[in-house]
Write a protein that binds this ligand. Sequence first.
Ligand code: FES
Length: 362
Amino acid sequence: MNFNSQNVSSNRKSKTFNNPERFIEGWYWAIPSTDLRVGEVKPITLLGRDLVIYRGKDKKAVTFDAYCPHMGAHLAEGKVEGNGLRCSFHQWKFDNEGFCVDIPCLDEPLPLKLKAWPTAEKYGMIWVWTGEVSLQPLPFIPELEQQDCDVAIVSQLLTNCHPNVVIINAIDTQYLNTVKRLPLENLFEKEELNQNAITFSNSTRVREGNFLRRLIRPFYKNALNYSICYWYGSTSMVTFIPNFLHLHIMLTLRLIAGGKTEGYTLLMIKKRRGIFGHLYNWIVLWVGKILSQDFLKVDAKIFEKIQFDLRTPIKTDQAIMQFINHLERQTALCWGTWQEGRSLRDPETRDNRDKWRDVLND
Ligand code: FES
């Protein structure tokens, strides 16, 4: 097979992938659960939008837009009262759905509502959905969908390139084979779970070879099964450690100013009962933490300086192209405003722009 026949078409016109002003509507990590105690309120900036997050008496985390609808005080300066939040400036109070329920100098509150965002907790993190109503579940690994997990936060990540670029690393077989020395087949099986989730799997017979291959071979009598599930182009869950361990690595990222990335790496394992179950999970998570920190160190260096541009895709980059195509079909929002993102090339956007120009000129 010559080189040309291995070439696949490039996707250089992508509107969302690696775009520093777009992200996919979906669930994004806000803060680790342990960073928000009952009665605490904190400011967060999520995908360029200022928010406030608090935990009421009922222990539920609640997320609002950050600024008070009266005069714009930052609500993180306020106080949690029961399950609601009171602004520190003129003491207006909002319930956990954002409705104004008390204005001290008036007999009746005004019919005002703070913008509240769907908020949930899983895997030791608080997650926020970046739209009106959550349309898809929190990210999950298909085999762990109904399972409770033990989780360890391994590391925090801050890097100079876009989350989409960081996350495709896990399906870059050339890189995994040569640098990480993972004995994977070049091509993945892909399956689209829904509009926002896609899995790639790879099953390889482990042959004799380097130290890593010899080390893992006893655990994979038949084949090495490596699979990865992507959600919203920003959270990935990788499973490649022996099946009897059921250890999974989650990389959950979000886009920050300048097209950069911040995120967390988590390890997850199915909950086990009893003291020995707890002890077993603790040891596996501890070993996994040491191994994964080493594994992620090399990547960090590459992502500091990369100027990503997939100019010459070849057949072994197929999974990356499939990831990009799936991403481009998801709903993209604008970083900062969370409005639906449209390219200036889109006819509808152009028409609207022209309409406004006409109005302004009248
Ligand atoms: S600014 Fe919040 S109550 Fe006035």
